[in-house]
Ligand binder design. Structure first.
Ligand code: SAM
Length: 265
């Protein structure tokens, strides 16, 4: 392969998903930039700003004031969202207590995230930790213990999305927030034509050239296609027990991606 990223031999694949993320772990940012033309960075910035991590938790009063937020970033392997949230808490809210646990099912992604964290102020501090876990079942995380649960471009890959939503509900404190950034459905017919053409032809090609793995990127495109619409996914969040603020979602770039939120009553 061009850059030394070997695809995983067929027999050793735990699943297609696992293989995709093992093969792209070290080229993860490059691939994201190429596939989204760099726009994923803007979406992630907006996602974190909208959550305002580290701001005073009015809903829980004095009990938790001054102790920062306890955040769980699921499928957060690369650390992308975690570092942004810690930066936001520190620089915008002058909060140095907020902490993030990055959980991911894939050890290679966690290794990459840990490696990346060396260049941040959070390396080896109690504000940042890494944990291997399956979003559908996280027995090591107690009930009602998390202030904010984030999942960015992850839930699309979960085998049982509804089970992951129930698990998110379980670990969140009352008043805690579920927040998801994920590819969604384009809301404009003409633009949808262009977008479909781009994703179904260009993305597998980029995967082939950069990661030497066309099939995995073909799978990624198909998983975006299969993911429920904004309204369907919002209804799944509601079904898990969450209160839905407003219409429940915000479209980004005409719905190429969307942010969904739910609040545990
Ligand atoms: N959050 C990062 C971001 O926004 O760039 C990484 C997203 S990456 C596209 C998807 C991640 O989901 C991979 O690291 C993969 O290992 C993880 N993943 C897939 N299934 C999972 C599961 N059931 N539980 C936890 N993580 C999972």
């Amino acid at each position: 392969t061009h850059f030394g990223f070997e695809s995983v031999p067929e027999g050793e694949k735990e699943s297609k998903v696992g293989a995709v993320f093992s093969s792209v772990a070290s080229s993860y940012d490059t691939m994201n930039d190429l596939m989204s033309l760099g726009i994923h960075r803007l979406w992630k910035d907006h996602f974190v700003r909208s959550l305002n991590p580290g701001s005073p938790l009015a809903s829980r009063g004095a009990e938790s004031s001054g102790k920062g937020w306890n955040i769980l970033d699921i499928a957060g392997g690369s650390g992308d969202i975690a570092f942004r949230m810690l930066d936001h808490a520190t620089n915008i809210n002058n909060d140095r207590e907020t902490r993030v646990t990055v959980a991911d099912i894939n050890a290679d992604m966690l290794t990459e995230g840990r490696k990346r964290s060396i260049d941040t102020p959070y390396y080896n501090t109690k504000r940042l930790s890494f944990m291997e876990a399956n979003a559908q079942e996280m027995p090591s995380i107690p009930d009602n213990s998390i202030d904010l649960y984030t999942v960015s471009f992850g839930i699309r890959n979960f085998t049982d999305k509804q089970a992951a939503l129930y698990e998110a509900f379980r670990v969140l404190k009352p008043g805690g927030v579920f927040a998801c950034l994920e590819f969604s459905k384009v809301d404009n017919t003409l633009f949808n034509e262009v977008y479909k053409r781009w994703s179904f032809s260009a993305i597998p090609l980029i995967g082939q050239v950069v990661a030497g793995d066309r099939a995995s990127y073909q799978y990624l495109v198909e998983s975006i296609e299969r993911f429920p619409s904004q309204q369907e996914f919002r209804d799944m969040i509601r079904k898990a027990g969450f209160m839905i603020p407003g219409q429940g979602y915000e479209n980004l770039s005409c719905g190429i991606a969307a942010i969904h939120k739910g609040v545990k009553p």
